[in-house]
Design a protein around this ligand. Structure first.
Ligand SMILES: Nc1ncnc2c1ncn2[C@@H]1O[C@H](COP(=O)(O)OP(=O)(O)OP(=O)(O)O)[C@@H](O)[C@H]1O
Ligand SMILES: [Mg+2]
Length: 248
């Protein structure tokens, strides 16, 4: 494989293009279990029939793990939203349709979203035990569903190709409550731009006939989960969301 044509550099990995192949090369010392977990999650999701890149190889080169998959030609939805701000409403609607399609799938062997959230809340040092208990009780009281959830569904992980829209980056895929996945997308969009986030939540709730209040009940939980990423620039907003107890 040729690693010359760099197309993206992230925190944990760089993505290269070699002809029709995209190669995600993880940083040296990035844990093998996480790479294999990403590959396994992705291939489980591929079995549901969703339009996603198909993994062709998992390899190691000079101590760096890599996942190879087919290269999807197109722009990310994030790029398109920046280029065509007047089309934001139609982009958001299509994004919601795509997320609803994901939620319509089942994959019984994927990890449970709720188990992951319990682990994340328990691992936080920046909140006290009372707050943890509050969040865990709230989480426990939420309806238990088994819908496929992307876990990081946002415009940067969507590629708009000629024929259709593809979703990338399935490392956080799980099965669980769709509204938690929607609350997470709302949170990710809010960290970027509050107006787009509100358009998204309106569109989702309208299309899926979900009460906004129900999605909002998840906000303190998804904010706690995001706090585990330890990004200083996000901390103020996330701590504020933790304390929004109820919207009723
Ligand atoms: N199969 C693919 N086809 C085309 N482009 C891809 C493919 N896989 C990844 N990319 C490009 O690389 C970028 C990062 O890929 P991915 O989301 O899988 O990694 P990441 O670890 O989330 O990176 P980051 O930390 O920057 O978000 C994507 O936004 C996309 O532009
Ligand atoms: Mg990504």
């Amino acid at each position: 494989m040729k690693l010359e044509n760099l197309i993206s550099k992230g925190t944990n990995a760089s993505v290269f293009r070699d002809g029709n192949t995209a190669i995600k090369v993880f940083n040296k010392d990035f844990p093998k279990t996480e790479v294999l977990n990403e590959a396994l999650n992705t291939s489980r999701v591929e079995e549901t029939g969703l339009a996603i890149p198909s993994i062709s190889e998992v390899s190691i080169n000079n101590g760096q793990w890599a996942i190879s998959m087919n290269f999807i030609e197109g722009k990310t939805l994030y790029q398109l939203m920046k280029e065509n701000p007047d089309q934001i409403q139609s982009y958001i609607e299509k994004m919601v349709d795509l997320q609803l399609e994901i939620h319509s799938k089942r994959s019984p062997l994927l990890n449970k979203l709720k188990d992951k959230m319990v682990r994340q809340i328990n691992s936080l040092d920046c909140i006290d035990n009372v707050k943890k208990y509050d969040l865990l009780t709230r989480l426990d009281g939420m309806p238990k569903h088994i819908k496929v959830c992307h876990g990081d569904f946002n415009p940067r992980n969507i590629i708009v190709a000629k024929d259709k829209w593809y979703v990338l980056d399935w490392v956080h895929a799980s099965q669980g409550n769709a509204s938690a996945d929607v609350a997470r997308t709302y949170l990710l969009l809010s960290l970027d731009d509050a107006k787009t986030a509100d358009l998204y939540l309106d569109a989702f709730c309208k299309k899926s006939q979900t009460e906004k209040r129900y999605v909002q009940t998840w906000l303190p939980i998804v904010a706690a989960a995001q706090l585990t990423k330890n990004k200083p620039e996000e901390k103020d907003l996330l701590m504020k969301w933790l304390d929004v107890v109820d919207y009723e």
